[in-house]
Design a protein around this ligand. Structure first.
Ligand SMILES: Nc1ncnc2c1ncn2[C@@H]1O[C@H](COP(=O)(O)OP(=O)(O)OP(=O)(O)O)[C@@H](O)[C@H]1O
Ligand SMILES: [Mg+2]
Length: 523
């Protein structure tokens, strides 16, 4: 064994289960005995997969997801182009295939394998079990992000949600939000808001206009019931392998704000739902956030703070997040600093801007004794990367040029996503959209009955119509899963009576909804 291979093997030694990332490369030579590995126990310390287009990011993601699944860890992968759906099928067995040839170079046997996959889609746009969220659950901050709202508009949305909460108006879909905005901008609505802050007609106008874009841009499909239960992502197949949930986003590729914010909502739901788990031998779920730059572009400070906090706190719930994007500078420093595992594919260096980005990227890696990263990064081959991860003690490993492992499953789209979806038990649960009574109907009744006396501002009692709303619908099933929720949802006696009362339910809803708001309270 060369000194190089011995050093790398030692630096990347792992006693427990691990992901085999590939083999070390020095001076253009691949060393089959220089194993580059990342412990499963460190996969909740988050990561970044970066690189110019076509350099191998998606295959790296596939390699990680396959091996996590094999190790019993569930994954969610954002399949932006639809080119990850083949992960359910075994790879090309021909010795002339790209994967077989790569394995031969790495000195490992090639075993074509298909993995347990669940296909999801946003609201049923494209093939995949529909993932939906209610507007109420999505919360004002994420909604503001999706609408491209500024700070003032975001604060107005906070007020609107607060009103809906305290008046027990379920905001299930965008039509509910539209109805509520219109109501609050009416004379009757303005009177209701007295004392808790105003809502300017100009702001309402902007929000209503931006809602049109969201409604026609996938929001009508995505928002509504039944809401996706996020714990459905954490499943294992009967053989013990983790289920890979492929969120098929090809149908909404041109609506990046929608899918990036929806992904953030899923992460927020996980944060809210899962109990504290501390450091586990392997994560419960690893979340691959593709096109991550979209999440950070034009974000308000408050939103960014919430993302930073989510990423920081979700690790102790057993969830790892891998951001996939073109360059590390797409990711804010506070987030980047928390990404312990780094796979950096080739970067271009054509223009002065490229050169600047390259230097900035090099600056985010530990210094290397054996590589000149600024020279090496533009020259990396496809499926090669600069790697540093956390070892079993949580210490960053030395930087190593790595020829990445080959995926064992197919590297192209699968033939029939629709058939897999039709056969999925989740499709029975989420396939059909529900249309329950919500804010729109309640408000319509209220406006129609304009001659009725206004509820007193001091004690804004719900309208008789609201009594019939099965509210809150989602909260009980979600609360069951958190220890705090158990105390809330399952209580008996005086506390239970209070919590089952209207006022109590409103409180619960405010607590369980929108971890973004929750976090802001904690900050
Ligand atoms: N680890 C790998 N094993 C085998 N082939 C690979 C590997 N990585 C990359 N390739 C080859 O390179 C091609 C491009 O890789 P990939 O699609 O992952 O790039 P990308 O960085 O995701 O590109 P884009 O930015 O366009 O999405 C693959 O189709 C595959 O043929
Ligand atoms: Mg890709």
């Amino acid at each position: 064994m060369s000194d190089f291979a011995a050093d790398i093997t030692k630096a990347y030694a792992v006693e427990g289960p691990y992901v085999d990332l590939g083999r070390g490369v020095l001076d253009d030579e691949t060393h089959p005995d220089a194993m580059v590995r990342v412990p499963l126990a460190m996969m909740n310390r988050h990561g970044l997969v970066a690189g110019a287009t076509g350099t191998g990011k998606t295959r790296t993601l596939q390699v990680l997801a396959e091996q996590l699944s094999a190790g019993g860890v569930a994954c969610l992968v954002a399949d932006v182009k639809g080119d990850l759906s083949g992960i359910a099928d075994p790879g090309d067995p021909s010795p002339e295939g790209a994967a077989a040839k790569r394995c031969a170079k790495l000195g490992v046997p090639f075993e074509p394998t298909g993995f347990p996959v669940e296909y999801l889609s946003l609201g049923g746009i494209g093939a995949g079990v529909p993932v939906r969220a209610t507007v109420s659950d999505f919360g004002p901050q994420l909604l503001a992000k999706i609408l491209g709202a500024n700070e003032t508009q975001e604060q107005s949305l906070q007020l609107v949600f607060h009103y809906a909460d305290t008046h027990e108006l379920p905001l299930l879909d965008l039509a509910d939000l539209r109805a509520l905005l219109q109501f609050l901008d009416s004379d009757a609505g303005k009177a209701e808001l007295e004392g808790i802050g105003g809502l300017s007609s100009a702001t309402v106008g902007v929000l209503l206009r931006s809602l049109i874009g969201l409604e026609t841009g996938g929001g009508n499909e995505f928002f509504g019931e039944p809401q996706f239960d996020i714990t459905d992502l954490i499943r294992t197949a009967p053989d013990g392998r983790g289920v890979i949930s492929c969120l098929e986003l090809a149908g909404v590729q041109d609506r990046p704000q929608l899918f990036s914010t929806a992904l953030m909502w899923m992460l927020a739901e996980l944060f809210e739902t899962l109990p504290e788990a501390g450091d586990l031998p392997k994560p419960k779920l690893v979340f691959f956030f593709d096109e991550a730059h979209l999440l950070f572009a034009d974000a308000t400070d408050a939103f960014l703070q919430s993302v930073v906090q989510t990423v920081r706190l979700i690790r102790s719930k057993g969830v790892g997040v891998f951001f996939v994007t073109q360059t590390p500078k797409d990711v804010p420093g506070d987030v980047l600093g928390q990404l312990g595992n780094r796979v950096q594919h080739a970067l271009r260096a054509f223009t002065p801007d490229d050169a600047k980005a390259l230097r900035a990227t090099v600056g985010t890696f530990p210094k290397s004794d054996i590589y000149d990263l600024e020279e090496l990064l533009p020259k990396l081959g496809i499926g090669e990367a600069i790697v540093t991860v956390l070892d079993e003690d949580g210490v960053p490993t030395p930087v190593v040029q790595t020829k990445l492992s080959a995926p064992r499953a197919r590297m192209a789209p699968t033939d029939d996503v629709a058939a897999a979806v039709a056969a999925s038990p989740l499709n029975a649960k989420y396939g059909t959209r529900l249309d329950n009574q919500s804010a729109r109907e309640i408000l319509a009744a209220r406006i129609e009955d304009a001659t009725a006396p206004e509820p007193s501002p001091a004690a804004p009692a719900p309208t008789p119509d609201a009594e019939h709303v099965p509210y809150p619908r989602k909260a009980p099933s979600r609360r069951k899963r958190t220890p705090a929720g158990d105390a809330v949802g399952g209580g008996t006696g005086a506390i239970g009576d209070f919590l089952n009362s209207r006022q109590g339910k409103t409180l619960q809803r405010q607590v369980v909804r929108g971890m973004f708001d929750l976090l802001r309270k904690k900050l």
